[in-house]
Design a protein around this ligand. Structure first.
Ligand SMILES: [Zn+2]
Length: 260
């Protein structure tokens, strides 16, 4: 397979989400207008663009850029959906059935509308509990129940899993594949070059601070352009191992001045 950059977004802030009183997380929210112009630039440069669901199963010769959204934020429906549909593009939306319909999140009617339009709705676990905090039995249950609920509610197949917070315990990929998922997308920065059956596929988080220009650089330059981000990720992963999840979240909150 030719190389594939998988982008990870969370919320998008724009006129529609602001009109309904959207409270944006300042770190993770990306401006909707910048998302639209980024799509236009990527399309004009000839990248194959779309959901990992669609692009992983296609035979391609050109490099691809996949679009994914974590958490099922309601701005995914209010902002991202129309920007994608207007361009004939799909994205993967990783949702937690246990949070669908609660304040700040999409509801099932919205998710269904997106699925019927061809968007890819996938599993981010059932409750957004970090998988590293679950017993093996509880982890298997999160994977099984979230997949079953999305499939039953939307009538579409769930083939992808993104672990909350990118926390992937050892053995997650074989477990997920055994339960009917085709691939697991993590959050270690990098470019996908093969469909791994043992480790999560890399993804690159796009946050408020990132410009269109930077994302284009990653798409053109691949792992070489992502070297800085990869190094930073490895340092943070080392801190997580040393401090544990809770100690790490406290450190992160004090450094970023924002809740994790
Ligand atoms: Zn999440």
């Amino acid at each position: 397979m030719s190389s594939m950059l998988v982008l990870m977004f969370h919320g998008l802030e724009g006129a529609h989400s602001r009109a309904t009183g959207y409270a944006a997380d300042p770190h993770y929210t990306f401006p909707a207008s910048r998302f639209g112009s980024l799509l236009d630039r990527l399309m004009s440069e000839g990248f194959s663009i779309g959901s990992a669901r669609d692009l992983l199963s296609e035979k391609r010769t050109s490099p691809a850029v996949c679009l994914s959204f974590d958490d099922g934020d309601r701005s995914n429906f209010e902002e991202a959906f129309s920007l994608l549909q207007a361009r004939g593009l799909t994205a993967d939306f990783f949702i937690n059935p246990g949070r669908v319909g609660s304040a700040g999140f999409m509801d099932w009617t919205q998710a269904k509308q997106m699925a019927e339009a061809g968007q890819s709705i996938q599993s981010h676990g059932q409750t957004h509990t970090y998988f590293t905090h679950l017993s093996p039995a509880a982890l298997a249950e999160e994977l099984r129940v979230s997949k079953a609920q999305i499939e039953q509610r939307l009538g579409t197949q769930v083939t992808l899993l993104a672990p909350p917070g990118g926390r992937a315990p050892k053995g997650l990929v074989p477990l997920a594949r055994g339960l009917g998922y085709q691939a697991v997308l993590g959050s270690e920065p990098g470019v996908v070059t093969a469909l791994s059956v043992s480790t999560p596929l890399p993804r690159v988080a796009v946050t408020a601070q990132h410009t269109e220009h930077q994302v284009l650089d990653w798409a053109r330059g691949g792992n070489a352009a992502l070297r800085g981000l990869r190094l930073r990720y490895q340092l943070l992963a080392g801190a997580k191992r040393l401090l544990g999840d809770q100690g790490y979240e406290r450190l992160r909150a004090s450094v970023l001045g924002a809740p994790a």
